[in-house]
Design a binder for this molecule. Structure first.
Ligand SMILES: NC(=[NH2+])NCCC[C@H](N)C(=O)O
Length: 246
């Protein structure tokens, strides 16, 4: 599927009143999913859970990889710095710097640091998470980008936000990331806002690493989704349960 087709499909599903979950694959996919989401919700909050802020422009990226740039294409304020790329004519910048929050970032390029500082983009690094705890990080995130919860939320979860011990099969792993339980708790809490209508789960690459790495990564991705959709660890008791007596 091309990016335009993904954008149209996301829009179509949302217009039917459904929540969209997209699995990837390269994080550049979020250019399309957020674009499609914003066609339906013109005021959208973005929670970007990732080791990287992915806000390089084509002119600042050292790698040239589009997966490090999606937010620069989407953000209105950055358009003076983003050259028009062939094949991207359909793309309308649709979000604002004030609507983005980064959680879990720990590998920030120079230009990305400049952009985050210049526009004061809400950012919680691993150190912030260590200091504040995840519950507080999410509270502050909501306070910063969606204080009255009047906006719908797009949650973009890059599997490399997790520590490579939990998600080794990914293209750009960065050490000292979220534990799987921190990631699950974060998405459980985000789900409780009842505002999420779009979810990306990206950068899962089963071609990388050993069979065990692949299994670990895919299991972690599944746990994140289960956590979001409410699989609780609480045991369900049948209403007629009786504690046995000797
Ligand atoms: N979606 C990702 N895995 N992004 C990694 C980006 C790494 C680096 N900052 C770059 O721009 O190339």
């Amino acid at each position: 599927m091309t990016l335009v087709q993904i954008s149209d499909k996301v829009e179509e599903i949302l217009r039917c009143g459904q929540t969209v979950v997209t699995l990837g694959g390269d994080h550049s996919m979020s250019v399309a999913t957020i674009h499609g989401h914003a066609k339906v919700e013109n005021d959208l909050a973005i929670i970007w859970i990732d080791a990287h802020p992915d806000i390089n422009t084509p002119l600042t990226s050292a790698s040239g990889n589009i997966h490090g740039m999606p937010l620069s294409f989407l953000t209105k304020e950055l358009q003076p710095y983003v050259p028009k790329l062939p094949g991207f004519e359909w793309l309308k910048p649709c979000i604002s710097v004030k609507d983005i929050a980064f959680i879990g970032v720990r590998d920030i390029d120079k230009a990305e640091r400049y952009i985050i500082d210049k526009y004061n983009i809400t950012t919680f690094t691993m150190r912030d998470i260590d200091k504040l705890g995840m519950e507080c990080v999410l509270e502050r995130t909501i306070e910063a980008i969606n204080p009255t919860l009047n906006k719908k939320i797009h949650m973009s979860f890059d599997i490399d936000s997790l520590d490579p011990a939990f998600a080794p099969s990914t293209g750009t792993p960065v050490p000292y990331g979220l534990s799987l339980r921190e990631g699950m708790f974060l998405v459980e809490e985000i789900a409780l806002t009842n505002k999420v209508t779009g979810i990306d789960l990206v950068e899962i690459n089963p071609d990388l690493g050993s069979q065990r790495d692949q299994f670990t990564t895919i299991s972690a991705a599944a746990e994140v989704l289960y956590a979001f959709f409410g699989k609780r660890t609480k045991t369900q008791l049948p209403s007629d349960y009786v504690l046995p007596k000797p």
